[in-house]
Design a protein around this ligand. Structure first.
Ligand code: 13P
Ligand code: SF4
Length: 355
């Protein structure tokens, strides 16, 4: 819990002290900021990016402390890829990801056992979106599987299917189905986690090239086709760009689809005067609109498309963890148990090998 003395600070007061604490800590600390973070936090990030880029930056860093301004699974991933002598900190330890929580490790293991008892795991490769717990990543590592992010899902799925294998994909149904559609893969079966054997018959499981666990992002699930139609009616020249976590029908109406960094790059590279409708989290869309006043940038839909978990990282929380480090205290460390780490790293390294 944030100590009372930090709660009373304004963002501006916190900013002045964050700058001082950062200066005192110097090279000992590296601050990573995901694109969905608030501007008042992003301004202090040493690196800003999508989940793939930030995990690579964590792995490259020699800083003693990595302060991850993002959500829990991102900090866990950073802990897995950094050395034992490095400490990863999540300013608000309660900043989780509801989608990652939709694939609890026990459910994943039970589903796999279910498939094993039916003799249906031969040639089946577990792949988990990075938005998952370290335990689910470790499960994939132990079963010749992979991690992927929204930036490399296409390449990883293509590679596995090209090897003649089938995929059990956790937890995001839309990342898997939107990517499969892009690859022209039609044999997809939705694994309904609430039902025995995912609610599927043996034949349906056997015929599926991709078994898609039915998790989803509550933020991206809010985007609708009607919102895109309305924007297109108002701005016929508009280009629609979405994150692959949006529902399939929404993705099908978009001109472009990709990770947060892909979205940033497309907007940066577009000509002055271009018009964009963006289907992703509101903090990023708002920042892009501010950074590109020469372009018309709209959030598809309404301002409810905010990730309240990402938003938990405030300047006050960032200040608390930094000033604690200055005093020689570590607060809000994210530490993955050793035996989970090793197996999870296997799945992550298979991903890095392909991206
Ligand atoms: P990126 O990997 O595109 O940064 O997305 C992470 C995420 O949580 C999107 O909701
Ligand atoms: Fe998780 Fe969605 Fe938030 Fe991304 S936007 S961190 S998937 S809840």
């Amino acid at each position: 819990m944030l100590p009372e003395k930090y709660k009373a600070l304004s963002d501006q007061q916190a900013a002045v002290r964050i700058a001082k604490a950062k200066e005192k800590l110097g090279e000992k600390v590296m601050i990573l900021g995901h694109h969905y973070q608030r501007d008042e936090v992003i301004e202090f990030a040493d690196r800003i990016g999508d989940s793939l880029y930030l995990s690579k930056e964590a792995a490259k860093s020699s800083a003693e402390y990595i302060v991850f301004c993002g959500v829990y699974f991102m900090a866990e991933t950073a802990d897995i890829v950094t050395g034992d002598d490095q400490v990863v900190i999540l300013p608000d330890i309660s900043a989780g990801c509801p989608m990652a929580d939709m694939a609890p490790i026990d459910e994943v293991k039970n589903a796999w056992k279910d498939l094993e008892s039916l003799g249906l795991t031969e040639n089946l490769i577990p792949v988990t979106y990075v938005n998952s717990s370290a335990e689910v990543k470790a499960f994939c590592g132990e079963h010749d599987g992979y991690v992927c992010t929204s930036a490399n899902a296409e390449g990883i799925l293509k590679y596995i299917i090209g090897e003649g294998k089938r995929i059990f994909f956790f937890p995001d149904r839309y990342l898997s189905t939107n990517t499969a559609r892009k690859l022209g893969v039609k044999e997809i079966a939705l694994w309904e986690r609430e039902k025995v054997s995912g609610g599927l018959s043996e034949d349906e499981i056997r015929d599926a090239k991709i078994l898609a666990w039915n998790g989803y992002c509550p933020v991206h699930a809010r985007f609708s086709c009607k919102d895109i139609d309305d924007l297109r009616a108002r701005y016929p020249e508009i280009k629609i760009i979405v994150h692959p976590e949006v529902p399939e029908q929404v993705a099908q109406k978009a001109d472009l689809m990709g990770s947060t960094s892909f979205i940033v790059k497309q907007i940066e590279d577009s000509p002055n005067g271009s018009v964009w409708g963006i289907g992703t989290e509101i903090h990023l869309v708002g920042r892009l609109a501010k950074q590109h006043p020469d372009k018309k940038i709209f959030l598809i839909g309404t301002p409810i498309c905010m990730c309240s978990m990402m938003d938990r990282i405030s300047p006050q929380y960032l200040l608390w963890v930094l000033e604690s480090l200055v005093e020689g205290k570590v607060v809000n460390q994210v530490k993955v148990p050793e035996k989970v780490k090793g197996a999870a790293l296997k799945a992550l390294n298979r991903m890095y090998g392909l991206s």
